[in-house]
Design a protein around this ligand. Structure first.
Ligand code: ACO
Length: 330
């Protein structure tokens, strides 16, 4: 069974409440109906109820059992506005501004998660990644013990010799444009945690990638990865983690043995940490488009599960991301 089916199974075992702020959008409405019918989560759609119901009828989507909340008229918006003001007053927002912000479905949804009225949030079919991430980072914040929010992509390759039967995590491919060595170390530790908790990988083996293997090249970019490796070792001494490694040294056993003999990770890594967002984002799209790998993103290091979609997402992508978010919320 593939990773997505395993995650869906997990989601079904203990239904969580997931809010979808882009509730008037076609793919979101269709996905909500599927999620509800397949019992992957309890869904809350945000938006104008008449608009949502009219569109659902037009698309043949059955919304039975789905809650619909309109942030423009919801009574709870007043409470959320007060809470938002308290959370952000030291950042200069006024009570009036907080009142306006919670009428925006994105902020309303984030406040629902913050206050425990929903267990997780999925958005991004309409909003850009930045516009989805900013409210989540400002309000939900990082998990205790984590300094940064980042992402892992679950990559399922048709080449079953890679990672765990073809499953490999790529981090960070969506959030931090240019991480410091310390932030890179946080990404590595968070990705190992995602591998363990979401993907049931009992032994994450983490490679911090570079264009150099064990000092084969010297450059400030390589030094950053070496420093990140050292920091990550301090943060999680029990973790199987190594760097700096080139991609082939990380995943091909013979090359790993030749270029990094004695490494506990080289040649058999199942978590790949990219040095920055340019490399990570291009890297995951390369394996997806050229290598026919399945790729799906999750946010990690965040205090409560919120996940971003690509604006080009399909209905199935939304269903999958809701299931992942529900599984993370357990
Ligand atoms: N972890 C935790 N908190 C963070 C992080 C982070 N990685 N980044 C920013 N924050 C916090 C800040 O501390 C700040 O908190 P505060 O307001 O309480 O002080 C708040 O978030 C906002 O920070 P800003 O610096 O104003 O936000 P910024 O404009 O830098 O936006 C963002 C952050 C949205 C993550 C930005 O770095 C970004 O756009 N990243 C790239 C996203 C992207 O385009 N990805 C590629 C496409 S995705 C894909 O292809 C799948």
């Amino acid at each position: 069974m593939g990773i997505i089916d395993r995650i869906k199974q997990k989601a079904r075992q203990n239904l969580r409440k997931i809010v979808l702020p882009e509730g008037e959008e076609r793919r979101t409405i269709q996905a909500a109906a599927i999620v509800q019918a397949e019992r992957l989560a309890d869904v809350i759609l945000l938006g104008d109820e008449n608009v949502i119901r009219e569109r659902a009828a037009e698309y043949g989507a059955d919304l039975q059992g789905i809650d619909i909340i309109n942030p423009l008229t919801a009574e709870k918006a007043l409470t959320y506005a007060e809470q938002l003001y308290e959370l952000r007053k030291n950042k200069g927002i006024t009570p009036e501004k907080a009142g306006q912000m919670v009428r925006d479905p994105m902020y309303y949804g984030i406040m629902m998660v913050k206050q425990g009225d929903a267990d997780g949030l999925v958005s991004g079919a309409v909003h850009s990644t930045g516009d989805m991430l900013r409210p989540a980072l400002q309000i939900i914040k990082t998990k205790p013990g984590m300094k940064t929010v980042s992402s892992s992509f679950l990559i399922e390759s048709p080449n079953r010799a890679l990672g765990e039967d073809g499953l490999v995590l790529f981090a960070d491919c969506a959030v931090m444009p240019n991480p410091t060595a310390e932030e890179l170390a946080c990404i590595a530790v968070a990705a190992a945690d995602t591998a363990r908790t979401l993907c049931d990988i009992s032994e994450p083996r983490v490679a911090l990638l570079s264009f150099s293997t064990k000092g084969s090249a010297s450059h400030e970019l390589v030094t950053k990865v070496q420093q990140a490796t050292a920091i990550a070792h301090e943060m999680a001494p029990e973790l199987l983690l190594d760097g700096e490694l080139q991609l082939d040294a990380a995943v091909v056993p013979e090359i790993g043995q030749m270029k990094a003999p004695g490494s506990p990770v080289a040649g058999r890594a199942n978590v790949l940490v990219f040095p920055d967002l340019q490399a990570g984002n291009i890297g995951y799209k390369l394996v997806q488009r050229f290598g026919n790998a399945m790729a799906v993103a999750v946010l990690q290091g965040i205090a409560k599960p919120c996940n971003d979609l690509s604006r080009g997402c399909s209905v199935d992508d939304i269903v999958t991301t809701v299931a992942i978010t529900a599984a993370q919320a357990q």
